[in-house]
Write a protein that binds this ligand. Structure first.
Ligand SMILES: Cc1cc2nc3c(=O)[nH]c(=O)nc-3n(C[C@H](O)[C@H](O)[C@H](O)COP(=O)(O)O)c2cc1C
Length: 181
């Protein structure tokens, strides 16, 4: 039997994303997150679980906004850097080290230029949960492309987290359309 503390490793693979935010001086930050989800279409809501230990936690609570950014698998090292170094240690050098470019979206939220999809969110609620809290944001703008309303796996390779610093991507040849028998 595995220890209960490892239950989440059995929930992987999960999309690993970057949550963007800014410090009180307007300097951009990004942290990796694997615990996140769409929550509602009307109104459009997105949630992410963030530990109070993260600089991002404080920045989003103060500014009331955050970005959700999906990085291609080619940039997995950039994502990993944002998941293992804190803004508290290196300040705005963090994004430079990760070789990522912060850009402000139309609603003033920092996003990552290299992302294949991104959302600007305004914070609507923080739900206290446990050692992570659940940040609920209203999606104000969306960037990205779909083909037949789904992600075009011929053009983008999503970054999936397996836990314990391991990553994979989706195999486009495994794509199946569901049918009811
Ligand atoms: C793949 C990956 C996924 C992660 N997922 C989360 C997550 O969902 N929530 C969280 O609070 N931290 C998560 N982390 C840890 C933060 O990304 C990490 O502590 C980061 O350095 C925080 O940066 P900050 O202090 O600049 O905000 C994850 C780390 C990695 C590598």
């Amino acid at each position: 039997m595995i220890p209960i503390s490892l239950f989440h490793n059995l929930s992987y693979p999960r999309n690993a994303i970057l949550v963007t935010s800014e410090d009180p001086g307007g300097r951009a930050n990004a942290m990796a997150a694997a615990w996140h989800s769409p929550l509602s279409v009307r109104p459009p809501l997105y949630g992410v679980a963030i530990s109070p230990k993260r600089a991002t936690y404080e920045f989003i609570r103060r500014s009331g906004k955050f970005g959700i950014n999906f990085l291609p698998f080619e940039l997995v090292e950039s994502l990993h850097t944002c998941g293992r170094i804190s803004f508290r240690e290196v300040g705005e050098e963090k994004l430079k080290r990760a070789r990522l470019t912060p850009v402000r979206g139309e609603f003033g939220v920092y996003l990552i230029e290299e992302a294949y999809a991104s959302f600007e969110c305004y914070l609507v609620r923080v739900v206290e949960v446990g050692d992570h809290d659940w940040f609920v944001g209203e999606v104000k703008s969306v960037r990205g492309e779909l083909r037949g309303n789904i992600l075009d796996l011929g053009r983008v390779r999503p970054t999936l987290y397996m836990g314990e610093d391991h990553y994979i991507t989706a195999d486009p040849s495994s794509l199946r359309k569901g049918s009811i028998r």
